[in-house]
Design a protein around this ligand. Structure first.
Ligand code: SF4
Ligand code: SF4
Length: 471
């Protein structure tokens, strides 16, 4: 029988508090630490009912009350694990019963995406659960916690994840297998560029002369050999300096620069990857359609015409085959194949794969800087009042960063590959991005950038979204 101490200790408010301490050494066995994030309107009341009804259950759970399951955030889950939790459970009102109407529907959708991301990372999904428990279901709460605790006892301590939070020294041995076998993505050096199509050059000159665009974003050659360099021009006479990069980068990211925004209406060369990104930004209302004049070009730099944002089907201009339109976003075939290889590994192998990559991350944030979707004036991970995230380039810092970066792009990443191209450490970020894009497509039929209309994936829900993974 587990012995539970209820020691009295001093809280910072000066009042004595009763804390819960489980002493595994006194149990003769492992006692898991479990964090439960519960909605105050349903599950918290249900747990209270269990208490007032004198029901007993495993004392391994620390309960943290949230206003709604809709408040659950990946940062809370990661933090719980990094601080030593062996399992995390989230619980709230049944669908249709949310105090705020739809918070639990949103949580359900996010939870599905989170599970798929964690699975790609090799996290043991048995250590996470979501349960609907109403205020009247004290007995269900007891059963849920008892079962979850028993499962965690069987699984033992989550040493693999706790090691990330402690002495972080993963073996830097080369990844197993030959280079051909290892999941990963070839990054194009983005050197290739073509001169402007004459029709494109004429349209640009006209736009600058007539003032329909105050500036035009494109590329130019560098002084030293290397990839083409993004640039902008404001004079029609400078159009001849511009080129079209066949591969690499994403010009749309320049829209987040205040210098560009204050120019007014800006023209830019739009390849497939920019078109997808612009659609996402328009859908999220990050960009005013009147602010952009988009000159569409195909993969060889041929002018496709000026993009009409009112034409919801314009994205089809780049998608010459039906199969392209059926794939989630702009990831390359090679990325999908690499993802298949990765997912064919066991969870433990996937975990090792990512740990060996994450240890090389130097937290330079080039991935963030190159991404057209990272638009926040101050990144959530940089906030320090309060500090939600470990900022150092170490185990907890890197693990948290990669989870959060990928998750914040769920349903938004268009697969342009700019982040991976920018990464000096060669981390295959596209695999994480693609796994979430596949999840969004598989579960919700969502393709990032397919249209500028509608509601962004994580701001939306359907009453019949999948929930066969919920207790
Ligand atoms: S996360 Fe990477 S691939 Fe996705 S939109 Fe941002 S830069 Fe492009
Ligand atoms: S660009 Fe690469 S090294 Fe830099 S923060 Fe991103 S993943 Fe880490």
């Amino acid at each position: 029988m587990t012995k539970v101490h209820l020691p009295i200790h001093e809280h910072s408010n000066g009042r004595p508090q009763v804390g819960l301490a489980i002493e595994p050494q006194e149990t003769g066995g492992f006692e898991p630490r479990i964090i439960a994030f519960v909605c105050k309107w349903c599950t918290y009341a249900g747990a209270d009912l269990a208490g007032t009804s004198r029901m007993t259950y495993a004392p391994n759970v620390r309960t943290i009350m949230l206003p709604c399951t809709g408040r659950i955030d990946i940062s809370l889950v990661v933090r719980a694990f990094l601080q030593g939790s062996d399992g995390v459970i989230v619980s709230g009102c049944h669908p249709g019963d949310c105090h705020y109407t739809s918070g639990n529907y949103r949580a359900r959708r996010r939870w599905m995406l989170l599970r798929d991301l964690l699975d790609t990372l090799g996290v043991d999904l048995r250590r996470l659960d979501l349960a609907w428990v109403s205020a009247a279901e004290g007995a269900k709460w007891v059963k849920t916690i008892q079962q979850f605790t028993d499962d965690m006892r069987q699984l033992g301590p989550y040493s693999a994840l706790h090691a990330v939070a402690g002495d972080y020294s993963p073996d830097l041995a080369p990844l197993a297998g030959s280079d051909d076998d290892a999941p990963g993505v070839e990054v194009d050096a983005a050197e290739a560029g073509v001169p402007l199509d004459p029709a494109l050059a004429a349209a640009m000159r006209q736009a600058l002369e007539q003032g329909t665009a105050k500036a035009i974003l494109g590329w130019k050659r560098r002084i030293v050999p290397g990839p083409l360099q993004p640039t902008w021009i404001t004079e029609a006479s400078a159009v001849g300096q511009l080129m079209v990069a066949v591969h690499g980068g994403n010009l749309t990211r320049l829209f987040k620069q205040p210098q560009v925004r204050k120019l007014g209406r800006v023209g830019l060369i739009v390849r497939y990857r920019e078109a997808l990104a612009l659609n996402v930004l328009l859908q999220e209302k990050q960009l005013d359609p009147q602010q952009t004049l988009a000159f569409g070009v195909d993969g060889q730099g041929h002018f496709l015409g000026v993009v009409d944002w009112a034409d919801a089907g314009f994205i089809r201009r780049w998608e010459t085959s039906t199969s392209a339109a059926e794939k989630p976003s702009g990831f390359s075939e090679q990325t999908w194949q690499s993802l298949d290889k990765l997912m064919a590994l066991s969870p433990a192998q996937r975990w090792d794969f990512w740990q060996q990559h994450f240890v090389r991350c130097i937290k330079c944030y080039a991935c963030r800087g190159s991404c057209p979707m990272c638009n926040c004036g101050q990144c959530f991970t940089d906030k320090n009042m309060p500090q939600w995230f470990p900022t150092a380039a170490d185990g907890p810092g890197n693990f948290s960063w990669h989870l959060v970066r990928a998750f914040h792009l769920a349903g938004r990443c268009v697969g342009c590959g700019a982040c991976e191209e920018a990464c000096p450490a060669g981390i295959p970020l596209s695999l994480l991005n693609a796994s979430l894009a596949r999840s969004a497509w598989k579960h919700f039929g969502h393709r990032a950038g397919a249209t500028s209309a509608g509601v962004p994936l994580q701001a939306d829900f359907r009453a019949n979204d999948l929930e066969n993974f919920i207790l």
